[in-house]
Ligand binder design. Structure first.
Ligand code: TYM
Length: 334
């Protein structure tokens, strides 16, 4: 076996309703990258409290994501799975990055602009959220960060900060990470509104397929998905966003390119495409759901997270100390 030299890091917020967008954009990559690198996968609970959360619900949602990580095929013996707030280094490094960033660059983050809707009563945590994300990544000397397209701007900011700080203190301060995006699945759109991204928080259940949805709900959401009236099965994201989104989801789950799918379905109606897609999605999610049901109530989960936190802390403490030394902070060097 060749030695794995790259370090992979990513995270998912425990905010419920993990959906096929999260899976196709990020989680699927988490599994595949285990072959390539040393993987660290975080449940980013500190990010989840940028907006008010019910504590009991948050606790459950953290375990839901941990169980999903295992259910999709992340091997906890090899990969590190842990909860962000169990590792103090995230908050500590985040502060140092806050002191090296500009309000202007944070104001330009589109996710902040969308979520704050231009008002000045947006929570400060929403504004500084990208710095916590940058800290997550830089804290583990990560080389590769598998994410969906919506995180691209945050990854660019992380790179800018790493380069800026390296210019000040030396190139051995931070590893400059790279985002990893898939060709198909990096941006899955809402089924009922292909102009919007599929999201955990959209009000309508018909907008998304959650990984734990039952089979009849999956079929219903796909059969009802918004298409158009010209009846032609063709990939054209600009003019046919609904059909293109379905083709893209189909391609990501089946491994067949959208061009091949167009050929397969030439002359057929949207009904046939939707029916087959529903079957493909049901078959792909069935084993995940079964695994999840076995794991979610097991004692193993808490042990995995405890072990993961110890391993993560082991790396994070060293990196925080290295960076504090660069800044001239603390008394360890006295
Ligand atoms: P979150 O929890 O919103 O989403 C988790 C992952 O799913 C991807 N994703 C999508 N991909 C394709 N189509 C969609 N419709 C879609 N919706 C979400 C996201 O891009 C993400 O990869 N800020 C991050 C969490 C985070 C993080 C990090 C990620 C915090 N620290 C460090 C990587 C590294 C977020 O809110 O993801």
């Amino acid at each position: 076996m060749t030695e794995k030299t790259i370090r992979v890091f990513s995270g998912v917020q425990p905010t419920g309703n993990i959906h096929i967008g999260n899976y196709l954009g990020a989680l699927k990559q988490f599994v595949a990258l285990q072959e390539e690198g040393k993987c660290i996968y975080c449940i980013v609970d500190l990010h989840a409290v940028t907006l008010p959360k019910d504590p009991a619900e948050l606790r459950e949602n953290i375990l839901d994501v941990a169980a999903l990580y295992l259910a999709i095929g992340i091997d906890p013996k090899d990969a590190t799975i842990f909860v962000q707030s169990d590792v103090p280094g995230h908050a500590e490094l985040s502060w140092l990055l806050t002191c090296c960033s500009y309000t202007g660059e944070l104001s330009r983050m589109t996710q902040f602009k969308d979520k704050s809707r231009g008002g000045d009563s947006a929570p400060t945590g929403l504004f500084t959220y990208p710095l916590l994300m940058a800290a997550d990544i830089l804290l583990y000397d990560s080389d590769v960060v598998p994410v969906g397209q919506d995180q691209k701007q945050h990854i660019e900011l992380t790179r800018d900060l790493a380069v800026r700080i390296n210019n000040r203190f030396g190139d051995d301060t931070f590893v400059v990470p790279e985002g990893r995006f898939l060709k198909e699945g990096a941006r899955v759109m809402a089924l009922d509104d292909p102009a919007a991204k599929m999201s955990k928080s959209a009000e309508s259940e018909m907008s998304r397929i959650s990984l734990l949805d039952d089979e009849s709900k999956i079929k219903k959401a796909i059969m009802r998905a918004t298409t158009d009236s010209d009846g032609e099965i063709r990939y054209d994201a600009e003019n046919k966003p609904g059909v293109s989104n379905l083709l893209s989801i189909y391609s990501a789950f089946s491994g067949r390119s959208t061009a091949l799918l167009e050929k397969d379905y030439a002359g057929q109606g949207y009904g046939a495409l939707k029916k087959d897609l529903a079957e493909v999605v049901v078959l792909a999610l069935r084993p995940i759901r079964r695994q999840y049901d076995d794991i979610r109530g097991s004692q193993e989960l808490a042990l995995v997270l405890k072990d993961g936190a110890e391993r993560a802390n082991g790396i994070a403490e060293g990196v925080v100390q290295r960076v504090k030394d660069k800044f001239g902070l603390g008394t360890k060097r006295l």
